[in-house]
Design a protein around this ligand. Structure first.
Ligand code: PMP
Length: 404
């Protein structure tokens, strides 16, 4: 029997005292906990944060029920060896569920790493290039700029297209860009979290021995992706698939083992692939949460089903913006609008602060645009239910009516 004191005013949490209560209610499969993908609605708010972002309520409740005594082991997942049988089962299931979700073949290794996607900005050139090698970068927003800056330390990157002069509101057509003949890879950011610009299809590297590399941090597992088009995909977990602290790398196996000699072992993909992501102590709890999220995504019908839900949510929000007679303005070209991060401004910019404050009072939080661009940003990742977007849209209409 658990007798931990867990101070909360919510009656739901007072039941934590009784392990049998939780067993009865929650220590069963994720689908049985909640047949639908509940999110923040039960907690009284909708969280539109760009990341760390809202997680499925069913995942949080299941993690809560298993926190104190993981599946009868007498330990929490945070207290046990990463080489023990319980965690071994967790990481193996996480990997196999992710492989099912994205149809990842055995030609690719799946790694669970630390250091955030920011660490991958340097790991990518260190693993794929020698210092004198060139690599191509398509720069579509703040995160591709950061990736490029880091690459400048470890190889010779070329910016083959930048959306900077148009304030990162569009993506080039792929035949319009001259690629570098001997580039080792072509880097893109699949979804720019700050500007809300998303690739809907992908460029092919011109040179046959070059590969496509994508930062998919903010649209990972939001839709099906043909993994075979890529050499490397990397993604921080804290938007669509888990908490911060774990970064997922999917890499074609033949690319392993060519790192620059100066590469720190923690950035060497081969060291992690050879050790099945257990070269050193991994972020065990974060990987465990990811495994629960992957399970939930599969229960919901996988990424085809998620893509449909995400398209629906995004269209409800963009339609409301477009129908507002420019009271609300989206600056991104329609064909590349992100389904995950919807930044917009108010034509009367002096009202933006009030908009964000009033929305928060009504339970819609973290709507402030990124520091660098301002405005409003609604991040509507997998775990944001349609009801959250509908509530936001109703608020937007009401706010507009009150500020003619
Ligand atoms: N790439 C993208 C697209 C991001 O959205 C972010 C984080 N917001 C990063 C990279 C950096 O991730 P981290 O903070 O985990 O290093």
């Amino acid at each position: 029997m658990a007798t931990a004191t867990f101070s909360s005013t919510s009656p739901k949490y007072l039941h934590f005292h009784s392990t049998s209560f939780w067993r009865r209610r929650f220590s069963i499969s994720c689908a049985a906990v909640t047949p639908t993908f509940l999110a923040s609605s039960d907690r009284g708010i909708y969280n539109f944060a760009a990341g760390p972002a809202t997680l499925p309520e069913s995942v949080l409740l299941k993690a809560q029920s298993e926190l104190y005594n993981y599946r009868g082991s007498g330990m929490s997942i945070m207290e046990m060896s990463h080489r023990g049988k319980e965690f071994d089962a967790v990481i193996k299931k996480a990997e196999s569920d992710l492989r099912s979700l994205l149809s990842i073949s055995d030609d690719f290794a799946v790694l669970f790493l630390q250091g955030g996607a920011t660490t991958q900005f340097s790991a990518v050139p260190l693993n794929l290039c020698m210092p004198e090698d060139s690599a191509d970068y398509i720069v579509t927003g703040s995160w591709s700029v950061r990736a490029l800056k880091e690459a400048q330390k470890f190889c010779k990157p070329n910016v083959i297209w930048s959306g900077k002069s148009e304030k990162y509101t569009r993506i080039c057509s792929f035949d319009e860009i001259p690629q570098t003949l001997d580039a080792k890879y072509l880097h893109i950011c699949g979804n720019e979290t700050v500007q809300g610009v998303e690739f809907k299809d992908y460029p092919n590297p011109m040179n046959k021995s070059s590969i496509l590399v994508a930062d998919m941090s903010s649209n990972f597992c939001s839709k099906p992706v043909d993994i075979s088009k890529f050499g490397v995909i990397y993604a921080g977990a804290q938007k669509n698939v888990g908490p911060s602290g774990v970064t997922i790398v999917i890499i074609r196996r033949d690319l392993l083992g060519h790192a620059q000699p100066i590469t720190p072992v923690m950035l060497d993909y081969k060291a992690h692939a050879d050790a099945d992501s257990l070269y050193n102590t991994p972020p065990c709890f974060a990987i465990y949460i990811c495994s629960l999220v992957f399970e939930c995504l599969l229960h919901q019908g996988g990424l085809e089903a998620m893509a449909k839900k995400n398209e629906k949510k995004a269209s409800v929000l963009y339609d409301a913006i477009d129908a507002s007679g420019e009271f609300y303005v989206s600056h991104v070209e329609k064909s590349v609008r992100s389904l995950m991060n919807v930044p917009f401004t108010l034509q009367k910019s002096e009202l933006e602060k009030k908009f964000i404050e009033e929305a928060a009072k009504e339970g819609m939080v973290q709507l402030k645009g990124h520091l660098s661009v301002g405005g409003v940003r609604a991040s509507i990742y997998n775990a944001m239910p349609l009801a959250g977007v509908e509530k936001l849209v109703a608020f937007m209409k009401d706010f507009q009516a009150r500020h003619p």
